[in-house]
Design a protein around this ligand. Structure first.
Ligand SMILES: NC(=O)c1ccc[n+]([C@@H]2O[C@H](COP(=O)([O-])OP(=O)(O)OC[C@H]3O[C@@H](n4cnc5c(N)ncnc54)[C@H](O)[C@@H]3O)[C@@H](O)[C@H]2O)c1
Ligand SMILES: O=C(O)C(=O)C[C@@H](O)[C@H](O)[C@H](O)COP(=O)(O)O
Ligand SMILES: [Zn+2]
Length: 358
């Protein structure tokens, strides 16, 4: 087992990465009282709930199973968590445990941020995407029909337990979606990691255990470093949004769940790459390498063709990085160096949207 730390003073916490980590000796130290509420979904529960329940001897454990899917990451379904907590008489010392992918993790974290004004929660991420990204950093929330993750809170978990064994049951399409966020770290922060990913993509797609553990460790290392520098996204943390302004527009336009988050991020990143080329920042050779790696990861490199410029402009106008009505995007200067900028030509952006949806 490898342990990393997200260094945030009194809100610091460990990220455990390894095989067979859903165990009493890992969990118990992070649970302050006898009450525990596990939040999971109808797909993950039959696979891993028994293992988790048997790792909580001596605790009073209740469970809520949410319906599965991005379409249920709504305020309406989120309130079901409070119904369960209240009807089972959970008090302020309860601990919530998120057992599932990013949807369960984001909803559980947001419930923990709000229940009785804030209770602790543990992330047990069960998808590649949630192990490399969503379980770390404390962004929690739900979607609104007009925009992704529009309602939420920053609330850090007390521990992240990334059990690599559970990825054995993850469908290939979901694995690819997780690889989009892994590739993101190489692009914004670490050119050597990007090289490593180019050489290890086949092993990753075959779920080769050492390659997966390395990708998870390196991704969490980068995310932990960035979050420690800028917990609430007033600066460098916005780099983690590479491809997301376009990607979130794709998700909202298609209807939440029609495009997986990672798929939308891959296509959105290629739009950011196209714009970076037009701004004269990125080289054609780097742009081609980026397209090749997304294709090798089994990811789309173009947005849906039914999206028009006005669809993108309207949905991107509510992006959380907009300041005083001006859009800011993450663009690339080179592989390994991202920038947060509002300095790009509006004509170039229009041309990017037109070319990419053609
Ligand atoms: N908070 C953050 O910083 C952050 C970062 C990235 C993404 N996100 C959010 O995370 C969400 C996407 O997360 P995701 O990709 O994990 O999707 P997800 O939570 O929908 O999980 C994907 C699918 O895999 C299933 N599943 C989960 N674990 C499994 C396992 N071990 N075996 C078999 N099936 C399994 C799920 O039930 C679901 O059907 C989006 O809502 C996105 O906005 C948040
Ligand atoms: O942790 C972050 O910061 C990120 O931006 C990570 C993203 O991968 C993630 O999808 C996040 O939920 C997007 O945040 P948002 O603030 O644009 O909703
Ligand atoms: Zn993301």
């Amino acid at each position: 087992m490898e342990t990393l730390y997200v260094e945030l003073g009194e809100r610091s916490y460990p990220i455990y990465i390894g095989s067979d980590l859903i165990r009493a000796d890992v969990l118990a130290q992070h649970i302050p009282s006898s009450q525990v509420m596990i939040v999971t979904n109808e797909t993950v529960a039959p696979l891993y709930l028994d293992t988790l329940l048997s790792s909580l001897p001596g605790f009073k454990v209740d469970v809520i199973r949410l319906p599965d899917g991005e379409a249920y990451k709504t305020l309406e379904h989120w309130t079901l968590i409070f119904d369960a907590l209240l009807s089972c008489r959970h008090n302020r010392t309860t601990t919530l445990i998120a057992l599932g992918g990013g949807v369960v993790g984001d909803m559980t974290g947001f419930a923990a941020a709000c229940y009785q004004r804030g209770v602790p929660f543990i992330q047990i991420p069960t998808t590649l995407l949630s192990q490399v990204d969503s379980s770390v950093g404390g962004k929690t929330g739900v979607n609104h029909p007009m925009g992704k993750n529009m309602i939420g809170a920053f609330h850090q978990p007390v521990a992240v337990i990334a059990d690599t064994q559970v990825l054995n049951t993850l469908p290939d399409k979901e694995l690819s979606a997780g690889l989009a966020e892994v590739i993101k770290y190489g692009l914004i922060y670490d050119p050597d990691f990007f090289d490593w990913l180019e050489h290890n993509m086949e092993a990753l797609r075959e779920k080769e255990p050492t390659a997966l553990a390395t990708a998870i460790y390196k991704s969490c290392r980068i995310k932990a470093d960035i979050v420690a520098q800028d917990e609430r996204e007033s600066g460098v943390r916005a780099l983690l949004n590479l491809g997301h302004t376009f990607g979130h527009a794709i998700e909202a336009h298609a209807g939440y769940g029609a495009w997986l988050h990672g798929e939308a991020v891959a296509a959105g990143t290629m739009m950011a790459v196209n714009l970076s080329l037009k701004e004269g920042w990125l080289s054609i050779a780097d742009a081609e390498r980026i397209e090749r790696i997304f294709v090798a990861a089994g990811l789309p490199v173009k947005p849906p063709r039914d999206m028009t410029e006005s669809h993108f402009r309207e949905l991107m106008a509510v992006d959380k990085k907009v300041v005083d009505g001006s859009l800011r995007l993450i663009l690339l200067e080179q592989i390994g160096r991202g920038v947060v900028t509002g300095s790009f030509s509006s004509e170039h952006l229009s041309a990017t949207i037109t070319e990419m949806t053609a």
